[in-house]
Design a protein around this ligand. Structure first.
Ligand code: MG
Length: 217
């Protein structure tokens, strides 16, 4: 069955992950310490335990929404924090040449668990927007994260794509591989550490065009 649409995860697949790590693990605790007059160790403990509580106890749906977090932690001005950290947004070196090539033949889309404020800033900073016909923020548009069993059915509905025509590429074994495959789509796992091996695993995006061609037959 021919592949006509390739959907990509963003973080860890196209974009390096340090921007998020710096914002959530370093900068928000620092800001919390300054704002509330506590030392950094205390701030980290309090902030991390709020993250944990929101995710595992309260099941807060929009827990990647920085605006929600700034309100919850009584902080101010997430916009300027994101602007200051913008220089930490990087694309992996194998991305542009491969997108350049594949975008000529396939409909490329992004399906990300990233929330729109992060997603938009990254796509603008990386200059990636022009390669993609559609950009889907799962939490904002599908109201589920990609690991939810219904996620890829919703993605395909949203894109108007048939499962056998869509290939998803990403770095998370559950949300980028098992879930799309269980929904009838094709999937490729990118393992940038180079440790995992298998027919549907690649270590660099440079291996993707050949794989797509083979899988399309
Ligand atoms: Mg990822």
């Amino acid at each position: 069955m021919p592949i006509t649409c390739i959907s990509f995860d963003l973080d860890g697949t196209l974009a390096e992950k340090q921007f998020d790590k710096i914002i959530w693990n370093t900068e928000i605790p620092k800001l919390y310490a300054d704002t509330h007059g506590v030392d950094l160790e205390t701030a980290k403990k309090e902030v991390y335990s709020e993250y944990y509580k929101a995710l595992y106890i309260e099941y807060v749906k929009n827990w990647t929404d920085i605006d929600m977090w700034f309100k919850r932690l009584a902080l101010h001005d997430w916009q300027s924090l994101m602007e200051r950290m913008r220089h930490h947004i990087f694309v992996y070196s194998d991305v542009i040449p491969v997108l350049e090539m594949l975008s000529k033949e396939y409909r490329l889309v992004i399906v990300s668990d990233s929330e729109p404020k992060f997603l938009n800033m990254k796509l603008d900073a990386l200059g990636l927007r022009k390669y993609f016909k559609e950009i889907v923020s799962a939490p904002a548009e599908l109201r589920v994260l990609k690991k939810d069993p219904s996620a890829f059915r919703l993605v395909m509905e949203r894109l108007g794509a048939e499962p056998h025509n869509i290939l998803h590429v990403g770095d998370d074994i559950v949300s980028d591989f098992s879930v799309p495959v269980a929904s009838g789509a094709k999937a490729i796992l990118i393992d940038r550490s180079g440790e995992k091996r298998g027919e549907n695993i690649i270590h660099s995006l440079r291996e993707l065009p050949e794989k797509v061609e083979k899988m399309s037959k």
